[in-house]
Design a protein around this ligand. Structure first.
Ligand SMILES: Cc1cc2nc3c(=O)[nH]c(=O)nc-3n(C[C@H](O)[C@H](O)[C@H](O)COP(=O)(O)OP(=O)(O)OC[C@H]3O[C@@H](n4cnc5c(N)ncnc54)[C@H](O)[C@@H]3O)c2cc1C
Length: 310
């Protein structure tokens, strides 16, 4: 017999939007804190195109979906419901926050944790979208090791292109910075890249040539080709969902990330944001850790503050 039977009412303590690394990790901590949690799963994680998740402690090389499968499996003992539906709208209510789901149903709870991630805005280079995560990457800590003996190109220009080329030099012995137009490098940056034997090509890029698992070359508009095994770039990003904006959460000065405290609290009381959506330090394990941290803070807030309207 339960000492503290839960009321048989269709309410939740916390709504979590996003069922990837950050959201499932938060759900685990909240479930183990005896919270009734609803997790909304709107689709695949950001790294879904990649075959492997690397640099994830105890899971190095696991398929992205396998990491999440284990995460879901380990939620089974707890009072965590996962619903394969996106949340489309959110509004503050007397009871906390009410989400409208894509099905038209609604769910309400005193606290809301957003873990909806970001979308990468790839430059319009033909072939790039098809090879994203399978030859074209953004993070050398995730996919540098596999390319340590390979011919690598960095796509970018100016300070960002320079920084990524210098970083990639740690992994690749044969590195080219492709700037797709004027390089916008300072003389000091040019001199540094020359010292590292990083080639700089300003030729306008036409396309990527390759098939899944096999990037062959960068093709330029003048008809020339650069044989490469991997391409690295830092795409622009945007929020994958507008729920934080609907609530009026504050964003970073450039508008990309939701502004949060160390524990993931946004500028709107009762609303937390975790994982990639809340900052540029983006790895699966970091997203999971931010979910863990926010979940504990949120649970404390539910206990000690006036979030529960009783
Ligand atoms: C190609 C590629 C390869 C990568 N490789 C690695 C790697 O090897 N190692 C590593 O550590 N990191 C890697 N990363 C980074 C990693 O994918 C992210 O840091 C991590 O997935 C962030 O987790 P997250 O939970 O914050 O967000 P995400 O994984 O982006 O998940 C957000 C979730 O929210 C859901 N969602 C969005 N809006 C809604 C809504 N309105 N309603 C319901 N659900 C919604 C989405 O469907 C998604 O499931 C890679 C990234 C890319 C792009």
């Amino acid at each position: 017999m339960l000492k503290f039977p839960r009321p048989a009412q269709p309410t939740y303590d916390v709504l979590i939007v996003g069922a990837s690394n950050a959201g499932l990790s938060a759900a685990l901590v909240l479930g183990r804190a005896r919270r009734r949690v609803l997790v909304l799963d709107g689709g695949p994680p950001r790294n879904a195109p990649a075959f492997h998740t690397h640099s994830f402690f105890t899971r190095d090389g696991a398929a992205p979906q396998e990491v999440l499968r284990i995460g879901r499996e380990q939620l089974r003992p707890y009072d965590v419901e996962i619903c394969a539906t996106a949340a489309t709208k959110v509004r503050p209510t007397a009871e906390g926050f009410t989400l409208t789901l894509a099905t038209g149903a609604e769910a309400t709870a005193p606290a809301l944790l957003l873990a909806t991630g970001v979308a990468d805005e790839l430059p319009p280079v033909p072939g790039l979208a098809e090879l994203w995560g399978r030859g074209a990457y953004h993070c050398p800590y995730c996919h540098g090791w596999e390319n340590r003996y390979n011919r690598v190109a960095v796509y970018g220009r100016g300070e960002a292109g320079y920084q990524q080329a210098v970083l990639l030099h740690q992994w690749s012995p044969e590195l080219t910075l492709c700037t797709d137009g004027p390089a916008d490098l300072t003389p000091a940056q040019q001199e540094h890249l020359a010292r590292l034997q990083v080639r700089v090509l300003e030729n306008p890029v036409a396309a990527l040539d390759g098939s899944i698992r096999c990037l062959r070359a960068l093709e330029f508009q003048d008809g020339s080709r650069l044989g490469i095994d991997a391409l690295f770039l830092r795409p622009m990003q945007r929020q994958r969902s507008d729920l934080a904006a609907q609530l009026g959460c504050a964003f970073s000065p450039d508008g990309t990330f939701v502004q949060v405290t160390e524990t993931g609290l946004t500028s709107v009381p009762g609303v937390y944001a975790v994982g990639d959506m809340a900052g540029p330090l983006q790895q699966a394990l970091l997203a999971a850790a931010s979910g863990t941290r926010a979940a504990a803070a949120l649970n404390n807030e539910l206990i000690f503050s006036s979030l529960i309207t009783a």
